[in-house]
Design a protein around this ligand. Structure first.
Ligand SMILES: [Zn+2]
Length: 412
């Protein structure tokens, strides 16, 4: 299919373009055309928990949210720890997906943290990285071997950084709020310890480590220094850690229960600084769908997680670009070349000959978050009713329009 876009501002930091561009057929009336956005951290729940999400519904939510590709985490049932499960995910995505899916394989068999999974087999089958996400790689010895092995395939190990004996059942950031609510605390240092361990192991092995959903100011600083020392470390931050603090949990709201937990205002400000100064490589949603019944229980028993695919871009336009934290080209980088380079994807730019994956933004659109309108199967979001400035209006994958919300107010 041939598609020509016109009357748009093209923002492609990878190609150094930010300017007017003329073409034909589709008049975009002054909208912004960017390389396709990639969400490198999504839980699609299939196989095994299809009541929460499926590859079909999750990728349609991605398309609606402006994403032209998603990397899916392997904590499914069964977990993505073998070639056959990688192949299953890719086949489902090809058949039912609205956007491409990049599977992340497990680091350890069954995510048990004991024995390495068949990483080579999974890489050959199409895995784009390795992670036991949902859980940390608690054993430093296993992490060392994972980094050494992943290096052979030039793929990253993505770590969910929590030191289990320090988290010890914590459900909310350890601080004033956890004390006031009488909930078990999950201290920031439990993340910092693992981030530093992973950096040391990346340095020692020469492997590439990617820190998932980085949430503390100290961890951001550790990554910043490691990058200055040319250690192969990258990191992502979620929209909810950008927009919220642990104050959101104040009324025992389980929609604000996530892992890692929402942290303090000083952590949040440190994350914004790390986003602005280039320490952060990607914004990733950690889209974690859960059924309403599962979230409607007492706080300590509710599952961790928040959906993010259909709100991420608006939150970031509103809270980062319109708030003056960063310019639009930097935001586009965080959603395109940033994640593409971590996952070694030949994506994220608008060069001649590349896949025509594009995300079209309306910077001024007024977006009212309406979870009832989500195409995700789950609506566990703390952002319901928020009014945000700017949002994605069209998603194009391989030259094909997979989502088009131009005209009218987008009810997110
Ligand atoms: Zn995680």
């Amino acid at each position: 299919m041939k598609l020509l876009l016109k009357n748009a501002r093209v923002v492609d930091p990878a190609a150094g373009i930010d300017g007017a561009h003329g073409a034909t057929i589709l008049d975009l009336g002054g909208l912004c055309v960017c390389p396709g956005f990639i969400d490198m951290h999504v839980h699609l729940r299939e196989p095994g928990q299809e009541w929460k999400e499926t590859i079909a519904t999750g990728t349609h939510a991605a398309a609606r949210g402006g994403f032209t590709g998603v990397a899916c985490m392997p904590n499914t049932q069964p977990p993505i720890d073998s070639r056959s499960v990688v192949e299953f995910v890719l086949a489902q995505a090809r058949e039912h997906g609205a956007v491409p899916v990049y599977p992340i394989g497990c680091v350890s068999k069954g995510q048990a943290g004991v024995e390495l999974a068949e990483m080579g087999d999974m890489a050959v089958a199409g895995a784009r990285g390795f992670s036991d996400d949902g859980k940390p790689v608690a054993s430093a010895g296993l992490m060392r071997r994972a980094l050494e092995y992943a290096r052979i395939f030039d793929l990253p190990v993505i770590d969910h950084c929590e030191e289990p004996t320090l988290v010890a059942g914590g459900v909310v950031h350890e601080g004033e709020i956890s004390t006031r609510l009488g909930l078990a605390g999950w201290p920031g240092v439990a993340e910092d310890v693992m981030v530093q361990r992973d950096i040391l192991l990346a340095e020692y092995t020469g492997g590439a480590v990617h820190i998932a959903h980085l949430s503390t100011g100290r961890a951001a600083d550790l990554v910043r220094r490691a990058k200055q020392a040319k250690i192969r470390v990258s990191c992502e931050v979620t929209p909810h850690h950008i927009a919220l603090t642990h104050e959101a949990v104040g009324g025992y709201d389980t929609q604000a229960k996530m892992n890692p937990p929402l942290r303090t205002e000083s952590d949040r400000l440190a994350l914004l600084a790390a986003i602005a100064d280039g320490t952060v490589d990607a914004i990733a949603t950690d889209h974690a769908p859960h059924n309403s019944d599962e979230k409607c229980v007492e706080f300590s028993r509710a599952p961790f997680g928040v959906v993010g695919l259909e709100t991420a871009v608006s939150i970031c336009l509103d809270r980062l670009v319109h708030a003056g934290v960063i310019g639009l080209p930097r935001l586009v980088e965080l959603f395109t070349v940033g994640p593409a380079s971590v996952l070694r994807l030949n994506k994220g730019a608008l060069r001649e000959g590349d896949d025509a994956d594009m995300t079209v933004l309306d910077l001024e659109r007024r977006v009212v978050v309406d979870p009832g309108a989500f195409v995700s199967k789950s609506v566990n979001t703390p952002f319901g009713g928020w009014t945000l400035r700017g949002g994605p209006v069209m998603t194009i994958v391989g030259g094909r329009i997979v989502h088009d919300a131009r005209g009218g107010q987008r009810e997110s």
